[in-house]
Design a protein. Sequence first.
Lengths: 343, 554
Amino acid sequence: MLSSPFISKNDSVGRIMLTVLLALLPGLALYVWYYGPAILVSLALASITALATEAAMLKLRKRPIRPFLSDNSALLTAWLLALSIPSLAPWWMIVVGTAFAIAVAKHLYGGLGNNPFNPAMVGYAVLIISFPSQMTHWLTPLGMGANTLSFADQMAFIFGGHLPGDLTLDAVTTATPLDTLKTQLHLDRPVGDIFAMPIYGHIAGKGSEMVALGFLIGGAWLLIRRIITWHVPAAFLGALFATAGIFHLVDPAHYVSPLFHVTAGAAVLGAFFILTDPVSGPTTPRGKLVFAAGAGILTYLIRVFGGFPDGVAFATLLMNICVPLIDAYTQPKVFGHKDGSEA
Amino acid sequence: MRSLHRFHGGVHPPEHKLESSERPSARAPLPKLLALPLQQHIGAKAKALVQAGDKVLKGQLLARAEGNLSAALHAPTSGTVLSVEARPVPHPSGLADLCITMAPDGEDRWAEHAPIDYYSIPKDALLAKLRDGGIVGLGGATFPTHVKYASAPVNTLVLNGAECEPWITTDDRLMRERAAEIVQGIEILRHLASPGETLIGIEDNKPQAIAAMRQACAGTGIEVVTVPTLYPTGGEKQLVRILTGKEVPSGGRPFSIGVACSNVATAYAMHRLVNHGEPMLSRLVTVTGNVKTPQNFEVLLGTPIADLVQCAGGALSGSSGYILGGPMMGLHVGDGQLPVVKSTNCVIVKSPSLFPPTPPALPCIRCTRCAQACPADLQPQELYWFAKARNFGKAQEYNLFDCIECGACAYVCPSHIPLVQYYRFAKSEIWAREKEKKAADAARVRHESRLERIERDKREKAEKLAQKEKAALASPSAQAPSSVPAAGAPAQPAPAQDLINAAIERARQQAALVKPKNTENLTPQQQAEIAEIEARRAHIREVAHHHETEPPKE
């Protein structure tokens, strides 16, 4: 480099993505603790698929393979997708979802840095629209109910579709706390009764609320390491909490506490790991607030009034569409200019 | 305790100050040859007054300031002028420029010189003496000091002792060793600017300089302000913001908000000129990096860099060129024969271990670390996008010209994109277009006035002819046949001409609509930058195109 600056901070895209992967570990550890090691198989499948697809696409696009393969971005997409879908889903689902995310959502749009939509959420959307029934194979938390599958049994089901002996799928999987809530409310069961069901824990789902705590810890670490800024998590969880709070205040019998909403489902994962994706998100500080708050409101509306069990993925994709507009209207004031609108 | 303000962003690169800051400064020996570029300042090139063979004395005027925005040049020592010729100069373009070369005679004999009793002469005269004494801003921009202080008085006089660039320690050493002289120089500036308050901003990584300046300022009313170490605090606009809370308007100078800002080294140079009659002949230069004994030296202007590096024990093995200035905004040169000029505050000998090559660039992931680091509150990732797409109108809309090229964005970029190069490229392209447009405008005006002139000539000829004919007809002796048509009959503009005129008018209106903003009313400094940047355009374009791992277009 013969032009200033002649020094650069010891940082790289690969290192940033690796930090985010590491930040997923506390949540992942709690996931394994509460649901068993099946998720690790999904993660492995997703990782291998992501790297293979990434390499194949780079080759097709005649791009250098090593620098892009070592940027860890494909791995991150793979992990986020694996964490978003049921770990007891058949093996080919995570493979199809990951391959679609990397090949279509990422590379067909120009590869790293150019995808307008969050690839992992595109993968999720494809799967939930194409295979809605398989997307309900959520494992019952370990130690809840008698029919807990062994790791070998889980493998047999993921890869062969066989359950041991007399077990039925309903015995080992369960609808998510969000899904159950929606169904039961539909049946006019009071909120209090619903929360007495064994799948509910202190605030949200038993097990899943602890996994969310793990993601919260990882997210806090990302904030400390300055990988992400406070804007997106605060605005997303804040808007989700506020929206849920308003409905809850008006009609507590039909609309559950806002605390449940910010803890349940993919809220925490979304706040710190999904909506914070820099490529498909806005760049300005005010833009991040608008973007994440919009996603928070949409997540609530989709959860409560929509047809899908969780709303984070579609809220993310819908807000991704708005990013160029948000960026254009939230440009900060430039030094020496009277206000930001001066251009 | 003064409450300080903040500017947005900033970075903390490794300081590397201790290498050179703890050794007292020394005087560099007389070199065998001095090369003095006529352009060592912003503004018009100085005009040489000597020719080859002239014997000159130390401090003798070699080249006079050309116009107001210019500065004079003097013989740094006594000797013989060898030539006035184009030679390589330390400039981003790498092009040669006019220099006076001289061979010192070793006697270092002074020309006649005398202190200036600055209180007894009018301020205009004092300003002229600064110009003729070769005083320019020594913080790096080399803006002629007399121009800066022409529109005094000001509310606040700011002395810049921040020295925020890594490696450089000249101001640090100067303040430690010559605090009293700096303060005497500041008194001259106070006389010129009649400021309400005088502040010296020094970064808190220079405690000894702060202590020395505090002591020297005792009882003068000058306030030494410790500012946090954060690059680019030493940027004029940034330091003014920190100390006063005011923002220099975009495209403006500190004077427009009642502030004047000069470097502490400039104040010292003024003290030498005014109180000792010594024009600007030398400056303190940090020699550091891959050398045996990094140190500061008092160096005669025109000294070859390589000679200076020898003073510091010579370059160590593995050296790969020099950086003039700091690593964030400095200039890479490979030629050790290039001379020290007024803006040379530091020579860093490069080596791959001290300055490892930047890894290949990856695509931008919009992480906005650059925006978080930008001291001008710009969105570098957007500017990069627009520059790369050659969408220069959009780049200007996003205030490209408020970029000070401090390099903070490129420093933090995890994709290692040479962002500053993209901005320089975009700026130079815009300036080039502006120039072309102006040239085209001028050509059009010329063409139109020519058409008009031809038209007028024809008309006048026809009128004259008509009058003559009338006169001939009126006179009884005239036999002219009336059938002769007026050869030069007033040519009514043909329909075709009408169409052309209409087209020209339309084109002009369109051109007015797409007229780029922000390029009017450029300061002389910016104009100088234009010239400078145009020269390296081709190079930058090449580098920018080859730098991405991904080719720019699919």
